[in-house]
Each structure stands twice: as C-alpha cells, then as structure tokens.
Design a protein around this ligand. Sequence first.
Ligand SMILES: [Fe+2]
Length: 331
Amino acid sequence: MTQTASPATNTEATPAFTDVEPGAKAVLFDYRQAANPIRHGLTEPIPEGRWGPELHATGPSAILPLDLSATLGCRGPATSPALSANFVRILAGETIEVAAKATSALFYVFRGQGRCRRLASRHGVAHDQGWSKGDLFVLPSGPAPQLEAEQESVLYWVHDAPLLAFLGVSPEEPRFEATHYPGPWMRQELAALAADPSSARSNRLSLLMANADLPRSRTVTHTLWAMLGLVPAGAIQPPHRHQSVALDLVIDCQPGCVTISGPELNADGTIRDPLSMAWEPGAAFVTPPGHWHSHVNKSGHPAMLLPIQDAGLHTYLRSLDIRFTSGMPQE
Ligand SMILES: [Fe+2]
C-alpha cells in the first residue's frame, strides 16, 4: 500500500483527488503504515546513552550536555524527547548562566559549593540560595539562573526544555516555587529508612523528592520526578519498568555495580538479552521508557543512584504504567 497525498507534498504517492490545491499538506496513510511510527528510520526509539565521569572531571567552566538529539531527531540538546540532562562544571570563583526555556529545572550538586541567584520575574520572586555537595534544588520557569562556585563544582542539571521546544511554546508562569532539598537532611532520612525494621528485607531503599504544592503527583516538580536511591551491598533487584524515561546519575559506588535493562522478560521474570550499564561515581546513563531494568550491587558496599524522570508529566497523563515483576511495593 502507498500513502496518498497532494502531488506537491509526495512525489511517490497516488493522489487521492486530482483537484487538491498545490502545496496542500494533507496526507492519508493506510492505518498499517502509520499506526506505530516508533521504529528505526522513522521515529527512532530512545537509545541507551552512557557518559563517564571523565566528561566533567577536568577543563574550564562549561555546560556539558548529554545530547542524543541527533538520534532522537529533535532540537538539541536533548537526552530524551522531553528532557535535557547536562553536567555544569564551574571553576572556583567563576559564575555560569544556566539558561533554558523550561518549566522545570533540577540541579543536584555532585561536588563543590556555591550559590544560585536569579532575578525576580514578572510572576516570581528573586532567588538567592547557597548549595553544597549532596544538595538538590528545583527552579520553575523564570530568568536565567546564575550559578556561582565558591569551590570547583559539578552539578547535574535536568530540565524539560525539549518538551517545550516540541510543543512550540514558552512558559507563561511558574507552576511551583523554587525548592531546596539539603543533602544532610536527605541522607539523614535515608539512614532512618535503612534502619527501619520494615526495610530489613528490602533490596532498595529510596526517597522520592516531592513538593507540598504538588500533592497529587508526589513528584519533585509537575513534570520531573527525582529519587535518591540506596542499593545495599549484595542487592539484585527484581526488574521493573515504567513509561517515563530515566536519566540516571551514579552518586557513589565501588566497582561491581551495574544496571541491566531490556525491553523483554524471559518466562522466569529475568530480563531477556539485557544491556549492562556499569556504574562509576559521576557517570550518567539513560534507561529508555518501557524497558525492564534492575540495579545490581556486587561490590560489597552500599551504592547510591539519582534517577531523574519525566514521571511528573506521565503521572498527569495517567500514562506512567509502572510495573514490577515482584508485585507493586506496599505503601
Ligand atoms: Fe526505574
């Protein structure tokens, strides 16, 4: 079967009508040709990118995008269709502007210390907040933030500008307030969770960062989702999957930690022909939507991971579809 279109838009097709206006964009497809356009050569599936810590270990102050836009066929930099992940490396005493036409920007301080300043917007207030290693903070749309480093610093920066670029829109008003999650507080809460008797047999101990202004989604912003996860020594997690993409940052680990992933399960619930992503502190990798994945820690030491997802958006759309081979965890 061939598609039908006006002669001006498709030279291969047989016109449906001979009196279509020249230049018209209307096209008709046989359902079977267009019902699933996610395939190689058309709408590319989301690839499993990986970037090692050497990307941000040395060099001048710079924004270092984890850019897969050429494969995705979208405006870059983009790490997934909706999100852009970047490392921001800032030398001591220097300032870098992190501008993005985004509704949500998330920063995790991988190392260093400094301040984030931004001018007041038409709808929002000025922002001036210190940050240090282990902190996480989120900013809504508004003037470009300035990151000032008091020590040599590396931040992991994820925002949703690719989604807005696809929609062809600019943010009109902030949807949440700038919010700061101090690292010592999150680690204290994670330690308390690990010490809870109910956690004794859990192979994953994780905190989800949320915002009191977003009670329905329980996510860090209305589009973004963030988790601080502890993978205990010896853990082999049962696989799970979700329709949100995961842009994972390895915070801390010893050699012997991997994430395995793949689109299919074997009959015994293991992942068929899995791809293995080796962990290194400061490495980042992509877990594509719908892929079953499992974090494995054979290092003998606890390890920490920070996945950032577009699960706030998927929760709003009711399209998250999170599933576990071991059954849904109980609240
Ligand atoms: Fe996941």
